[in-house]
Design a protein around this ligand. Structure first.
Ligand code: SAM
Length: 203
């Protein structure tokens, strides 16, 4: 599963890169927020939350409004009872009924506040001035939805947004001279940015 693979690769990276200050992680193509909030809950559960700064990026303003509202319909998860019963016990503390609409659930405030949402287009040249350099970029189910030309621009911008030795976690196959394949976990691939291809990047 994409989430489990992403989580496992991310946790390994965080545990191996201790003591250098907060690890900057960007989720590119965050959509309505489900992936990034789930990752943050998992980080919290594993006691790793204080080690990271989590940024979630999308080029669709409507998606970011939805992500910041963080209201998800119980109906899409088989109803309220099924949703709560289906949650692993360790994750129950992170989800509550939405305070203004009982047909929806949301995340507890400490998880909602733990993500910095940003409107930015990963295919545009100003991505590098809008997004600070990251130690990790997570980008799942984004490239598969875009045209070939946009795909190349997104890959290039994401590579340029990584620190040397930084990690790209994605469920896409990417063949690029700046990236060293670093492993697979199910559907998830990871790539390390070559140290000698430290990108020109505006901080
Ligand atoms: C299918 S969703 C993936 C959501 C999430 N990553 C997941 O796997 O559950 C793809 C998201 O990528 C966003 N996206 C597409 N092109 C983008 C770009 N150039 N820059 C930033 N976000 C982009 C879309 O707006 C959409 O919200």
């Amino acid at each position: 599963m994409v989430f489990h693979g992403t989580r496992d690769v991310l946790f390994k990276f965080i545990r191996e890169h201790g003591g250098r200050g907060a690890i900057k992680i960007a989720v590119v193509g965050c959509s309505a927020g489900e992936e990034v909030y789930s990752l943050l809950a998992a980080l919290d559960q594993a006691g790793l939350r204080s080690r990271v700064e989590l940024r979630a990026i999308d080029n669709d303003p409507q998606m970011l409004i939805r992500a910041q509202r963080a209201a998800y319909s119980f109906g899409e998860y088989g109803g309220r009872q099924n949703f709560f019963e289906g949650l692993a016990r360790e994750y129950r503390e992170y989800f509550v009924e939405h305070p203004t609409d009982s047909a929806f659930f949301t995340l507890v405030p400490r998880i909602k506040k733990g993500v910095h949402f940003q409107l930015a287009d990963a295919a545009k040249s100003d991505f590098k001035t809008n997004v600070p350099r990251q130690d990790v970029v997570v980008m799942n189910n984004v490239l598969v939805h875009v045209q070939a030309e946009e795909r190349e621009k997104i890959i290039s911008n994401v590579i340029n947004s990584l620190s040397p030795g930084g990690l790209l976690i994605t469920n896409e196959d990417i063949d690029h001279p700046s990236l060293i394949p670093a492993g697979r976990a199910g559907a998830i691939r990871s790539y390390v940015l070559r140290l000698d291809s430290a990108a020109q990047y505006a901080q």
